[in-house]
Design a protein around this ligand. Structure first.
Ligand SMILES: NC(=O)c1ccc[n+]([C@@H]2O[C@H](COP(=O)([O-])OP(=O)(O)OC[C@H]3O[C@@H](n4cnc5c(N)ncnc54)[C@H](OP(=O)(O)O)[C@@H]3O)[C@@H](O)[C@H]2O)c1
Length: 246
């Protein structure tokens, strides 16, 4: 008997790293990808371009700042599929890199960062957990950053050591702890929960950093962790070069 089609929900999949992860999972791994995006038209455009190539994809509205949107997305996935296999939490903001946020207070920057980067990710993970538990090997990949590593924050030689990215860095450090909690919660069903840093990637979030890799390269490690088999690792934090110290 052939195994069922693998289904993956990717948040922030209308652009950047999330889009590249979705394209790779659909094209190279023949997954059905659910394109999560707060701008449904942008998500539908990605879905259509995949479907035109004969690949499996559908779009879902998912605004991580809106609890109702998150709950509705989980209900739609339940109705349409009844289960799924992989959650890739890629959506995030990095307000410090966008000069339009220069006038925000520190508290505003913390709030506006933590809502999508942590609270929304916790909400969507929680909402789909019962569906993930039905998978033969439930997988979650939290897309974090080396900037969320405590070891990195303690290292004066680390890149960006002098930069004041407190809200973003704290949101990613918190996300890492959230991931470890979900790893514990999925142990009893053989779940694999891992954290990945895509490295510096040329996307809108990094202001299309000159030195950044392409989104496809940024997606590589995430896709590896999203497609693990049942003997795969859990509770790891890594990038394409290997493990990152927490
Ligand atoms: N780029 C880098 O150099 C780099 C380095 C390390 C880690 N990362 C991490 O990689 C992940 C992907 O980032 P990226 O570089 O691909 O950035 P990106 O191109 O700016 O994409 C970010 C995605 O997050 C979505 N998003 C933001 N707020 C949202 C909300 N409230 N609800 C739903 N979606 C929301 C955006 O939607 P809209 O299009 O509607 O805004 C977009 O789809 C992030 O977790 C980021 O922290 C990136």
């Amino acid at each position: 008997m052939s195994s069922p089609i693998q289904i993956a929900l990717i948040t922030g999949a209308n652009t950047g790293v999330g889009e590249a992860v979705a394209r790779s999972l659909a094209l190279k791994h023949e997954y059905h990808v659910i394109i999560g995006s707060r701008n449904l038209a942008a998500g539908t455009a990605v879905t259509s371009s995949l479907q035109e190539r004969g690949l499996r994809a559908s779009a879902i509205h998912l605004d991580l700042a809106d609890e109702a949107s998150i709950q509705a997305a989980a209900r739609t996935i339940e109705t349409d599929f009844g289960r799924f296999d992989v959650l890739v939490n890629s959506a995030a903001v990095f307000l410090e890199l966008d000069p339009r946020n220069a006038g925000l207070t520190l508290r505003q920057r913390f709030e506006q960062t933590f809502v999508p980067n942590l609270f929304g990710q916790a909400d969507i993970t929680e909402a789909v957990l019962p569906l993930l538990r039905k998978a033969s090997v439930p997988r979650i990949v939290f897309v974090s950053s080396r900037l969320g590593s405590l070891a990195n924050a303690l290292d004066p030689k680390a890149a960006f050591y002098e930069n004041d990215f407190r809200p973003y860095n704290c949101s990613k450090a918190s996300l890492n702890v959230l991931a470890i909690n979900y790893a514990r919660m999925l142990d009893n069903v053989g779940g694999l929960v891992n954290v990945v840093c895509p490295g510096l990637v040329k996307t809108r979030l990094s202001n299309y950093a000159e030195a950044g890799h392409s989104p496809e390269v940024g997606a590589e490690r995430i896709v590896q962790m999203a497609t693990l088999g049942k003997e795969g690792p859990t509770r790891t934090f890594s990038d394409r070069s290997g493990l990152i110290l927490w």
